[in-house]
Each structure stands twice: as C-alpha cells, then as structure tokens.
Ligand binder design. Structure first.
Ligand code: PLP
Length: 436
C-alpha cells in the first residue's frame, strides 16, 4: 500500500529557476534619475526633519527603504519576482479597433490591460515585490489597508506565494458593499477587518467620535500602521503613494514602450491613467515621461481623478500625513487634508485624500496634467468600452476611459491615444448594476 503524498508547502522566496521570457522586464525604471528637480524628501512626523532610514525601519524592510530614496535609473528585479511576474507579464497592449469604430475617431487607441493579473489589477506588480523583500529580511506578517479590495487581494496573494501572513483593514463602505474581494483575501489565507475597527487605538478613537463613518483609506492606514509598529515580527505595506511603489509599477510603461514600437508607433501622443494614490498612472507614464526628458518624445500625460475626491485639481500642494491619526511620515503632495472623508463613490480605490509625492511633483513641474471626472461620466464610458471591447473596466479605470473617449472624439488624424486600463470590474459588478 502506498503512503499518501505529503502536502508540499509551495510558499518560498527561492527562485524556481526556469527561464523567464525576455519580454518580462529585468529592471524597474526610476523617474527620479531623469527629473529636472529632485522630489521633496519625506519628513519625520515628530521632528519635521527629512527622514533617515532608521526612522522607516519599524515599517519597511531595508531594501524598500533604499528604493524609496534611490536616484539610480534602473533597479534590478529579483529572479523570484520576475518568475511570479511571468504568470501575467508582459500584460497585453491592445489596439481598441472596435472602440475606434464606435467613436468614429481618427485616432489610434491602445489600452494597456493590467486586468490579466490573477486578482484583476496592476496592484500585484508591487505586492509581489514588497512581500518578497519582507520575506527575505525575515518579516513574518504584513499589515495593510485596502479600499475596494484590489490592493488587499493583491497583497494577500503575494503573501500566500511568498510565505507571509497578511492582515488587512478594509474601508467600511467597501467592506459592507463589496464582500467578494474579502472572500478572495480569505481564500489566500489572509484576515480582513472592517475599518475603523475596535482592534486598534486609532480605530477606537475614530469610532468614538464618528460611530457611523463609512471609513476612509486614511483611517485604515492608521490602523494597519499601528498594528505593524507594535509587533516586532510585522511590517506595514502600502499599495500606492510611496516612491518604491511607483518604481515597481514601472514595468507597465516599460512594456508599453516596447509594445508600441512593435506595433509600429513612434510614441503615444497622449496617455490617460486614473489616479487614486498615483501608482498605475506612474507605472504607465513615468517610463514615457523619462523618454520625453531624455530622448525628446512629446507624450502628454493626463491624470484622471474622481470629481468627488479631487486631490490634484482641488487640493493644496503641501506636506501632509498619509493617514488620519498622523502616524505616517509627512509627504509633500497634493492633498485634500488628512481628515477629508470622501463620499462613498463606487471607485473605492480612488478615495484617497492625498497623492503620490512623485506624481504630485510631476504635476507641479508640468510633466503631467490633471482632470476631474464625474462618476456618471466614468460609468457611461465604462459601458461604452465594455460593449465595444468586451472588457468591463474597473470603476477606477473608467475615469481614464472617460477622458480618453472624450479626447478621441475630436483627435487629429493618426493621433495615438493610450489608456491605462488598470483593472477589470468583474468583482465590481454591483457598482455597474447601480449605474445601469
Ligand atoms: C483597478 C484600480 N485602478 C486604480 C486604483 C487606484 O490606485 P492607484 O492610483 O495607486 O493606481 C486602484 C486602487 O485600488 C485600483 O484597484
């Protein structure tokens, strides 16, 4: 009689050792190397002095702290991370022929589709990298916040692949309205709490003052940071905003440059990305902006944010905390103020009071333009896109689709319009039902 096979724990940071296709980027690209002026440093929340690496050590592994401040143009991607990327990378760059026909446009429209990742968005590009560096430096547990759940599901997946436990605080509005990504996080072995929760001092303080709050990313960040700081085996992980996240997402735009050239295009004339904390927009556009700065291409970049949470178009450009309790470093960014609680719009991933310091700086330097999109216009565009291209865009991505469609309707002959389609909306269909 044969003995039953022992289950094998697949969770490991060791490379498997297969030949990753060369079309998967080997390096991340860092816009800091090409900017005419450096990005303003993050400040210590207590002293207001520029942060030093030890200040960040309770939250992040040293490799990510170094990536936060590096000015190297390229950072090598570890083999294990490239192996995992190859499960869905390179993501497709698709010519939207049918959308072009529906719009009657003279432009050529392309979309870079990040919805092919296992969780359906761009977020695993950084989740895998962050979980990897934490795992090899001995972290056992990661804490994080999430809005609609795309980020929480991504980190949960990355932790399950790389041998970490993961605990997520999800903004209450999304926790209640969108349970499916919570189920997905749980399938990956993570724990997901509604935020604000009574598990943390920050959460209890908020609940005492605002018992009926719908929550915000700023509140959920305070909870996740507090738990990480109190547990020596834990670190905190952020799905957007910070410089190292922008770095990891650069695989998107680097692939676009290769894929556009393969399609016979010299450049994208204009690129649209939605902007919550800025990471998919940065990932798509920073390699293109770098090429503008180095090689004289002229791609215009447009950040598309929700009118209900307009940090770039209505916020102030100043130092602010990333969270409500003021536990995070001070970041120079476009902000609506850390206490701003956005209305419970359907694009949960765009409900953040601030913006990536790198994206904010690029907007300030005139390298990126910003527009605010009304929710109804975004969903209307999402439906046009779905009916023409077959993909139901994530509610966040519809903001970029809306601006791109409006632009394409009057574009000049032969203009190349690029859309960052950051995710699909398959788990957000109740939002579409509410709209339709
Ligand atoms: C599909 C999708 N797009 C965009 C965003 C916004 O985040 P960011 O601006 O960091 O790309 C989110 C956030 O959850 C998301 O899930």
């Amino acid at each position: 009689m044969s003995t039953p096979a022992q289950p094998v724990d697949a969770r490991s940071t060791d490379p498997i050792g297969f030949a990753v296709p060369s079309s998967v980027p080997t390096h991340w690209y860092n816009l800091n190397a090409d900017l005419p002026e450096p990005v303003p440093p993050h400040l210590h929340p207590g002293t207001h002095e520029p942060l030093t690496p030890p200040d960040l050590a309770p939250l992040f592994p040293m490799a990510l702290i170094e990536q936060e401040v590096t000015t190297e143009r390229y950072v090598e991607i570890p083999q294990t991370v490239r192996e995992i990327y190859s499960m869905w990378r390179p993501s497709p760059l698709i010519r939207a022929h049918r959308l072009e026909r529906v719009l009657g446009t003279r432009a050529r429209i392309y979309y870079k589709y990040e919805g092919v990742s296992p969780v359906g968005s761009h977020k695993p590009n950084t989740a895998v990298a962050q979980a990897y560096y934490n795992a090899i430096e001995g972290t056992t547990r990661l804490t994080t916040e999430t809005g609609a759940g795309q980020w929480g599901a991504s980190l949960a997946m990355a932790c399950s692949l790389l041998g970490l436990t993961c605990e997520v605080w999800q903004v209450r509005a999304s926790y209640d309205a969108k349970p499916y990504r919570r189920f997905q996080m749980e399938a990956y072995g993570s724990v997901c709490h509604s935020s604000p929760s009574d598990l943390t001092e920050a959460g209890r303080a908020i609940l005492a003052e605002h018992p009926d709050t719908t929550g915000s990313l700023g509140m959920a960040i305070s909870e996740a940071v507090e738990v990480a700081v109190k547990d020596p085996g834990a670190h905190y992980s952020l799905g957007s905003v910070l410089n190292h996240v922008m770095l990891h997402q650069s695989v998107i735009g680097q692939e676009v440059l290769v894929q556009l050239a393969e399609a016979g295009e010299r450049q994208a004339d204009i690129a649209f990305g939605c902007a919550g904390g800025g990471s998919n927009l940065a990932g798509l556009s920073f390699p293109l902006i770098g090429q503008n700065l180095r090689d004289g291409t002229t791609t215009r970049v447009v950040a598309c944010e929700p009118a209900a949470c307009p940090s770039l178009t209505q916020g102030e450009y100043r130092y602010d905390h990333g969270d409500v309790a003021g536990l995070t470093p001070l970041l120079k960014m476009h902000t609506l103020g850390k206490d701003f609680v956005p209305p419970a719009i359907h694009a949960g991933g765009l409900r953040y009071h601030g913006m990536s310091p790198m994206v904010s700086h690029a907007v300030n330097l005139g390298l990126i333009q910003a527009v605010a999109v009304e929710q109804d216009d975004a969903f209307a565009a999402g439906v046009i896109f779905a009916r023409a291209e077959g993909i139901v865009p994530a509610p966040e991505s519809t903001h970029a689709v809306a601006e791109a469609i409006a632009y394409a309707r009057t574009a000049a002959d032969g203009e190349v319009v690029l859309i960052g389609l950051s995710g699909n909306g398959v788990l957000d269909l109740p939002s579409y039902a509410a709209y339709v």
